[in-house]
Design a protein around this ligand. Structure first.
Ligand SMILES: C[S@@+](CC[C@H](N)C(=O)[O-])C[C@H]1O[C@@H](n2cnc3c(N)ncnc32)[C@H](O)[C@@H]1O
Length: 288
């Protein structure tokens, strides 16, 4: 009996034509434009999916993507990496809870505003926006309407986030008191209570192609920019600057940083945690 050997795809073994064919397929079928993503990073992720799907014949795989939408979404999910966790980088959330959120609330009241928007851009399966919603609930500022907007490019991951249901293993970083207060056990899964779910609105938004960004007082865009080229990162940061008021806060991932001319629009308030404040500098001067 002949044994079928599955190639150990690495990504570098994809020809430029094969890479271009996958790029076109994802752009046409899922409006996902790989051009702004770092090439090597994308090739590695495609290779991971090819290995998992045990692909031996690349052109057969391309044809399969025409009809097998589950495989198309699995490929997209592998490329866009949805890793997340509740209260990821706990020190960041501690600063948000003790310093940033109370300050934003104070400023809103002083300005006679009753509504605040917190935006988790690239929210993956929802752990980040739900962590924010729990912090807001703990603040107990009943006089303010504080909404959490959570966006991602991937509709399947948003679907799963909207359920607010998580396996026990996903709750490792959630303090026990918060589990007792905000979750109930339902068929071996932990279900967030409606009060927390209702505070979060999940919406599909592509931070590269949807150039209209929502206005927000606090933006968390963590572990998303790393996948983009430098010039795309600058464009995204400049759009954030445009929709933020002075003193609004922006949080990036631990391995991400403010780059280029847009730096003049932000002051680094907590450098280790990558927490920035919008300065009074007009965003238009960035000219990006
Ligand atoms: C590694 S996860 C980060 C999740 C969360 N922010 C965190 O730090 O735990 C990256 C997320 O960015 C999303 N993403 C990638 N490209 C995007 C784009 N162009 N627009 C919006 N979201 C995108 C992916 O779908 C994925 O869910």
């Amino acid at each position: 009996m002949t044994e079928l050997t599955v190639p150990t795809w690495t990504g570098d073994d994809l020809s430029d034509a094969e890479f271009a064919a996958i790029t076109k397929c994802l752009r046409d079928r899922r409006q996902f434009d790989l051009e702004q993503y770092k090439d090597r990073c994308v090739r590695r992720r495609i290779a991971k999916r090819l290995r998992l799907a045990q692909v031996t014949d690349f052109s057969a795989y391309l044809s399969r993507l025409d009809t097998d939408l589950d495989e198309l979404d699995a490929l997209l999910a592998t490329i866009s990496i949805h890793v997340s966790q509740f209260f990821r980088n706990p020190d960041t959330f501690r600063i948000l809870e003790q310093s940033i959120l109370p300050d934003l609330c104070r400023r809103a009241r002083a300005a006679g505003r009753s509504r605040l928007t917190l935006w988790s851009a690239g929210c993956a399966s929802g752990e980040e926006p739900y962590s924010l919603a729990m912090l807001v609930d703990d603040l107990g500022d009943a006089d303010l309407d504080i909404r959490v907007l959570a966006t991602d490019i991937s509709e399947p991951i948003l679907e799963s986030a909207r359920t607010g249901a998580f396996d026990a293993t996903r709750l490792r970083e959630v303090p026990v008191q918060a589990i007792d207060k905000y979750f109930r056990v339902d068929n071996d899964r932990y279900q967030l209570i409606d009060r927390i779910r209702d505070r979060v609105e999940f919406r599909r938004h592509n931070i590269v192609t949807d150039t209209l960004y929502p206005a927000a007082d606090l933006i968390l865009c963590r572990n998303v920019l790393i996948y983009f080229t430098r010039s795309e990162q600058e464009r995204i940061l400049s759009r954030f600057a445009e929709v933020m008021q002075e003193n609004g806060a922006l949080v990036l991932g631990r391995s991400e940083t403010m780059i280029g001319r847009i730096r003049s629009c932000f002051h680094s308030e907590f450098p280790v945690e990558r927490i920035y404040r919008r300065t009074a500098q007009p965003a238009a001067t960035t000219g990006l």
